[in-house]
Design a protein. Structure first.
Lengths: 96, 394
């Protein structure tokens, strides 16, 4: 286990500049609703990528590749911010 | 330039000269005019500010937090219930170490409903991690807003600048304003350490910190407040040197040979100066101490300066209803507790005088009566009452 830092070593305002903590903490198990992306409708505006509070929206070369469910806690913000004329993402219930 | 302005107008004018990137605000008496006037500057194209008209003070502070985290210079204004509604977000602003500056026109808290001055709003936010500056007059309010930007951005802490609601906010006064470029030069350019919108350098803002790390972050935040005092004093000294107006964090008025002193914050400081002058003419050895910076508590200054007096009456424009003595008295007493260990220091008697709640007028005569009572205590060495309510009908 790594040694925990003293208060003097922590970043001002608890701002984390590396993405390690985000990638290490997989929050996908919290989910009760799952976003489903319809790539044929997606216009790659990347608004969902900006708004996603975690690292669930995977992009490559300026395009949405997939929604990484390891990091999706099912908050549904991506669905809300997807432009109304596009509606490329919908939430579905997680079932066994 | 010398102009006639109310406290609100003066603060709005200071904001115009600062030209912040973002102002997000919701109107509330008696601070409404500050953002109302500022919004007209925006509408007239006199500032470059993005003005966000929000649906509540909670949202106003949230928008300022978002803007500041994006690297913008963000300001707002509020009072009373508005500050109370922001309460949750105040802690987030300070915890994130965001240099937001907020003008407050001090007003009582409901219930019963009252729109007039006391310090219940800011004082109730005393543990929210904001620097708090209480101004004696509107000139000081104007100057303090300009200083506050520099202070906030130098120590990464948010700052409240409070003027007394109506007494200062709505009273026309003679104000010496600086030139726009003097203000711009003094506040300088904001140099944010990061920006939430910088997609090439992603950051996590307000991460979850569990029992293994939250404590360390709070300890670091406390250190930020400790280290703020020298920065505040440097900005004050710099301002005084450049513009000739000096506002120490704590200062005495005719205290050199004083047997008894009152301590006050806000506009009552001016009233107390008159009371002291009146009694001095009668040959009574009385003085006044002005506390300008309430947060961080300048405990060492309080100890060094007040420790030499036999009695210090604390004029407190707030009643915390569930404490031993009123809030400011508590602070002064806690700072003075170790005073007996310093050479030539007493532990002064520190009675509490609660006054002026909900805008109840305080006159020089009221304060002269308090000072007379304090002189008797200085002679006898005995406290009369721990808490006195000045001007309440029995």
């Amino acid at each position: 286990m790594t040694k925990l830092k003293s208060w003097k070593e922590l970043p001002c305002g608890a701002i984390l500049t590396d993405t390690k903590a985000v990638l290490e903490n997989k929050t996908g198990t919290w989910r009760t609703m799952r976003p489903v992306l319809d790539k044929t409708k997606c216009i790659n505006c990347l608004v969902c990528w900006i708004y996603c509070p975690d690292a669930a929206i995977k992009i490559k070369d300026g395009k949405v590749v997939e929604i990484d469910l390891d990091y999706c806690k099912g908050c549904g913000i991506c669905v809300e911010v997807c432009p109304p004329k596009v509606k490329a993402i919908k939430m579905v219930k997680e079932e066994k | 330039m010398i102009v006639a302005k109310t406290g609100n107008e003066a603060m709005a004018y200071a904001m115009k000269q600062i030209n912040p990137d973002v102002v997000a605000a919701y109107p509330i008496t008696p601070s409404t005019e500050i953002v109302q006037i500022f919004s007209s500057y925006v509408a007239d194209g006199l500032v470059d500010t993005e003005y966000v008209a929000v649906e509540s003070e909670h949202s106003a502070m949230s928008a300022c937090i978002g803007a500041a985290a994006a690297g913008a210079r963000a300001m707002t204004a509020t009072a009373s219930q508005g500050l109370a509604l922001m309460h949750e977000m105040l802690f987030i602003a300070s915890g994130l170490r965001l240099p937001i500056v907020m003008c407050v026109a001090s007003r009582s808290l409901s219930s019963p409903l009252n729109i007039h001055c006391d310090h219940s709003d800011s004082v109730a936010s005393r543990d929210s991690g904001w620097i708090q500056i209480f101004c004696e007059n509107s000139q000081e309010g104007y100057d303090s807003v300009i200083q506050a930007v520099k202070i906030a951005e130098s120590c990464y802490l948010p700052v409240i600048v409070a003027i007394d609601g109506f007494i200062l906010s709505h009273c026309m006064d003679r104000i010496e304003v600086l030139d726009d470029d003097q203000v711009q030069k003094f506040v300088g350019k904001l140099k944010p350490n990061y920006s939430l919108l910088d997609v090439d350098n992603p950051i996590t803002v307000s991460p979850a910190c569990l029992p293994d790390s939250y404590f360390e972050h709070k300890r670091a935040q406390a250190q930020g407040m400790i280290e703020a005092l020298p920065v505040i004093e440097k900005v004050i000294a710099d301002f005084a040197q450049k513009f000739g107006r000096n506002y120490p964090v704590l200062e005495g008025y005719r205290t050199d040979d004083a047997e008894a002193v009152v301590l006050a914050m806000g506009s009552t400081v001016g009233t107390a100066r008159i009371a002291v002058d009146n009694l001095r003419r009668e040959g009574k050895q009385v003085g006044m101490v002005k506390l300008r910076v309430f947060r961080p508590l300048v405990h060492q200054r309080i100890k060094d300066f007040l420790g030499k007096f036999k009695v210090v009456g604390v004029l407190d424009r707030v009643e915390s209803v569930n404490s031993y003595v009123s809030p400011l008295t508590n602070e002064i007493r806690s700072a003075l507790y170790p005073a007996g260990q310093i050479q030539n220091c007493h532990k002064p008697l520190v009675p509490s005088y609660v006054y002026g709640l909900g805008g109840r007028e305080i006159t020089p005569e009221d304060i002269m009566n308090v000072l007379d009572e304090l002189l008797t205590m200085a002679k006898t060495g005995k406290m009369k009452d721990e808490v006195t309510y000045v001007g309440v009908r029995e």
